[in-house]
Write a protein that binds this ligand. Sequence first.
Ligand code: BJW
Ligand code: ZN
Length: 251
Amino acid sequence: MTQIEFSEQFIDILKSAKKVAALTGAGISAESGVPTFRGKDGWWKNHDPMTLATYEAFTRDPVLVWEWYLHRRNIVHKSKPNPGHYALAEMAKLYDDFTLITQNVDRFHMDAGSELIYELHGNIHRNRCIECGFTDYTETFPELPPKCPECEGKFRPDVVWFGEMLPHDAIDNSMRAANNADLFFSVGTSAAVQPAASLPIIAKQNGAFVVEVNLEPSGISHMCDVKYQGKSGEILPHIIEKIKELKGIDK
Ligand code: BJW
Ligand code: ZN
C-alpha cells in the first residue's frame, strides 16, 4: 500500500478539528467497479449527457434513459463498497460533528455503515412518479417506461438531472456543513458540476482546511491545502489510521 506524507499543519488540524465534512464523487466508487462520468473510461466518453441525464431526454426517449439506468443499477447491484467508503464511515465515529455529502447515487456509503448521508443527486435504486411523486424501490418492471402503481403515471429514476434542482434539505444542510467546517475533504470528484462543486470552495472561503483525494487534478485542486493524488480506497484508510494514532485510539 502507498504510504502518504502528513504535513505538520495537516496533523495539527486532524487533531484539533471539531467540525468535519466530506464531499464524495464518482471516483470513490471507481474501485468498486462503477464507472465515473468524465475521464477516459467515464460514461460521458461515449454518451452525450444531454441524451441521458436531462428531463428533456427522458421526455424524448424514456425507454433509452431507463435502459441506461437499469444497466447502471445492474452494475451497482453486482458491486460493493470499497475501503474508501468504509474509511468515511469510520471517520464519522472519530469526529462528533461529521457530515458526509455525496453526489453518488449508488448507496455504497450507506452499505458501508455511514448513517447520515446527504445525497445531492438522488438515488439510483429509487423510482419516482412524474405525475404524483410516489416513490418506491421496485427493481423489475413488466414494461418500459415503468408505470406508477398509484396513478399509472410514468416512473422515472429518482436522480437529479442537469437543469433540475437538488433536494432542498440535502443541499441546504451541505451548504451549512461547508460553511461551518474546519476540515473539509473533497474525494473522487472532478468538481465540474454545480452546485456540489462550490461546497469545497465555500468551506475554504469560510476558513476550512481543504484536503483533496483524487487520482488526477480537479477543478478545485488549485485551492486545496493538501492534495493526495491517488486512489481514495488506498489514501483514506491511511488518513483514518493517522487520526486514530493522533487521538490515541487503538486499532
Ligand atoms: C478517483 C478515482 C479513485 C477516479 N480515487 N479519485 C450552464 C447551463 C445549464 C446549466 C448549467 C450551466 N452551468 C452550470 C449549470 C448547472 C449544472 C452544471 O453544473 N453543469 C456543468 C456540467 C456545467 N448543474 C445542474 O444542472 C444541477 N442543478 C442545478 O444547478 O439546478 C439549478 C439550475 C437549473 C437550471 C440552470 C442552472 C441552474 C444538477 C446537476 C445534476 C448532475 N447529474 C449527474 C447525473 C445524474 C445522477 C446519475 O445518473 O448518477 O450527476 S451528472 C454526473 O456528474 C452525476 C455526478 O454526480 C456528477 C458529478 O460527477 P463526479 O462525481 O465529480 O464524477 P466525475 O466523473 O466528473 O469525476 C470523477 C473523479 O474521480 C475524477 O476527478 C477522477 O480523477 C477521480 N477518480 N478514480 C480517487 N480510485
Ligand atoms: Zn403516480
